[in-house]
Write a protein that binds this ligand. Structure first.
Ligand code: G3I
Length: 415
């Protein structure tokens, strides 16, 4: 199945079931698009102010910092895998509470291409998700012929820059290698899937702090999606994948990741039932990832309440792939609506104590997947195509600063 099949599912149904934006208009943003130098000054000022408190924040964070608690049968979620969340620099990561990682999807070729891009990334983010490098069809383009280089390099980069690595994704119907033939017998297919999960998780044992074990396993009605895995292996493949991953790295956090479930949708209800059922029979599901590929003009319905009900099941939650695409042309009003949505999602995450990470799906409008997938949309990220911060970036800074006092508790001797 071609990878770009994903394009279709992201476009429509993921957006269904969301309510129109209903936020109260905010004061007009401090600057308008195109005034890059003023924007930069404002952000630098904010960053300097943030930096003044950064030493204190750093002192409070420790390598043992992790989500408040894990399910009884799970590891305590201390990020011994991957990098510590300790912030460096003065960007978003230095403002985040110790139990929240701020991440971005990333590709090694982007980091290699532009030192300024790399600096913004390392300054602002203390987590990275492999945007494509760890997908099965990229890792094993021919049977047994692995290409580990891009994913190894990403892991090494994350370790070198204090960034926890989020593995994406072990089981996804659009990333099935082309050499797999569905007409093969069930046992062969099952062995292949088990071998894939075990090999990849085993290779990065102790280096990847969390995995999207299964990705997009639901249809738009909240039932199980019709995929090669469901057809060949039956619904038990989901539980099996989690168990295999857990065996391969008992300390990794294991997530189920889905789109169109940020708000109260029918699909979100289906996800809720699935997670509850998996947990009830002891499947090691540690977290639920909400992709959050949003449109500028639609706000998910009751995001906080929705995240909370999942957290109440005893799992962590995470915003895993946030972006907010804008119908072209971009206008100041649309950027303002976009800013509100970024703020809305971060606030929801900060409100739920077990929201472990807040990840954007790329941070630059120049390189976002939106550009090639939605020709009539763009500008989905928090930095523009010239790598200038947008109102949405300021919104994240402000929201993190607002919440710092509620989460960080001064520790003795911290200065
Ligand atoms: O790298 C090749 C390049 O060599 C080739 O010339 C070019 C020709 O099309 O393709 C390039 O690969 C593309 C790859 O992105 C890297 O840019 C693939 O065609 C393209 O299909 C792939 O798209 C990715 C997509 O997932 C499918 O895997 C996007 O970058 C990535 O952002 C997107 O991410 C998904 C998440 O994994 C799951 N949730 C939804 C999200 C957005 O669709």
């Amino acid at each position: 199945m071609a990878e770009n099949v994903r394009t279709d599912v992201a476009a429509g149904p993921a957006s269904a079931g969301v309510a129109p934006a209903d936020g109260t208009p905010r004061p007009v943003a401090r600057r308008r698009p195109g005034r890059g130098s003023i924007t930069l000054l404002v952000v630098l000022l904010l960053a300097v102010v943030a930096g003044a408190g950064a030493a204190t924040i750093h002192a409070r964070q420790s390598p043992a910092a992790g989500p408040p608690s894990g399910p009884p049968w799970s590891p305590t979620a201390a990020p011994t895998t991957g990098a510590t969340p300790t912030g460096t620099g003065t960007g978003l990561r230095s403002l985040a509470p110790a139990n929240l990682r701020i991440g971005s999807a990333m590709e090694m070729k982007l980091l290699d291409a532009d030192p300024r891009f790399r600096d913004i990334f390392t300054t602002n983010f203390n987590a990275l998700t492999a945007e494509n490098a760890m997908k099965w069809r990229n890792l094993e383009p021919t049977r047994g012929g692995y290409n580990w280089t891009p994913s190894d390099q990403l892991v090494e980069f994350g370790q070198a820059h204090g960034q926890a690595v989020y593995g994406h994704t072990l089981v996804w119907h659009t990333a099935v290698p082309s050499w797999i033939d569905e007409s093969w017998d069930t046992e062969t297919i099952r062995d292949l899937l088990r071998n894939h999960v075990t090999t990849v998780v085993g290779r990065y044992r102790g280096k990847v702090w969390a995995w999207d074990v299964v990705n997009e396993v639901l249809d738009e009605q909240g039932g199980l999606r019709d995929t090669i895995w469901l057809r060949k292996l039956g619904p038990g493949y989901i539980a099996d994948a989690f168990r295999w991953a857990h065996e391969a790295d008992p300390n990794a956090r294991l997530f189920i990741n889905e789109y169109g479930t940020e708000g109260r949708t029918r699909k979100a209800d289906g996800l809720f039932r699935l997670v509850r059922e998996l947990r009830a029979v002891g499947v090691p599901v540690h977290g639920v990832g909400f992709q959050s590929h949003l449109r500028w003009d639609r706000t998910p319905d009751d995001t906080t309440g929705n995240l909370r009900r999942f957290a109440d099941l005893g799992v962590s939650v995470a915003i895993t792939e946030l972006d907010v695409r804008i119908t072209l042309p971009v206008t100041p009003e649309k950027l303002q609506r976009q800013e509100r949505l970024y703020r809305h999602m971060l606030r929801a995450c900060l409100t739920v104590p077990t929201c472990e990470s807040f990840t954007v799906w790329g941070f630059s409008d120049a390189t976002s997947w939106i550009n090639t997938t939605y020709p009539d949309h763009g500008a989905a990220c928090v930095f523009d195509a010239d790598l200038e911060p947008k109102p949405a970036y300021d919104a994240l800074v402000e929201t993190l600063r607002e919440r710092r006092g509620r989460v960080d508790v001064p520790s003795p001797g911290s200065g």
